[in-house]
Design a protein around this ligand. Sequence first.
Ligand SMILES: Cc1cc2nc3c(=O)[nH]c(=O)nc-3n(C[C@H](O)[C@H](O)[C@H](O)COP(=O)(O)O)c2cc1C
Length: 225
Amino acid sequence: MSDASDPFPSPTPEDDGAFGPEFLQDLTRLFLWRRDVRHFLPDPIDETALETLFDLACLAPSVGNSQPWRFVRVEDPERRAQIRANFQRSNEQAAQSYDAARRADYLKLKLQGLDQAPVHLAVFCEKDPPQGHGLGRLTMPETLYYSAVTAIHSLWLAARARNIGMGWVSILEPETLNPLLDVPDDWHFIAYLCLGYPARMDARPELERLGWQNRDALCRQVLRR
Ligand SMILES: Cc1cc2nc3c(=O)[nH]c(=O)nc-3n(C[C@H](O)[C@H](O)[C@H](O)COP(=O)(O)O)c2cc1C
């Protein structure tokens, strides 16, 4: 897929939807090199590339095809400053939740790139979108939230494939965000995302490199019954 004016050209008659081994290798590298990025260069992201990221994110699966994700580009410096202050409050509260030894380690971590990232995105989920006509969510309404997260993950990978980094900031008090960003009360806050060109590329998660948390062995994640 190219960044040309039509981001979704129709498949050609020869396209059978299969992927070759070279693509699979590259895709595996994309999974390995996707990182949560907190260190950004100040360079702006090209608008066309950004629009392509939104287009691709909106191809994500969603319950009943409800497409409940709503992206808010936070550009206003005053609003950004309030998000920063919100993070600081939440981060101090989080630090206090640890005992002294772990708190010292926690306070060494950089858990956001709010000051450097050229693009800030708040992601919300519309709680009762007309799209999908309720299909699939009667007994599990939270599947709407899961759907919004699938779009975020698509955005994350699509960004990384273009050497654009993304960092997810969840250390925030969500209650204040709807009025701050002037969005409807029935939108549920899902994520605050920082995007920009990474100051460094890493094959290992930062929390792993800094000794906070390694990945678990696969055998702990997949059970057989
Ligand atoms: C739901 C969610 C919330 C997250 N919140 C934060 C956060 O507030 N600050 C942060 O530094 N990283 C946050 N992360 C990123 C994780 O720390 C990161 O994904 C994890 O350490 C693995 O690193 P990797 O994404 O580079 O593989 C979040 C990730 C997810 C999926």
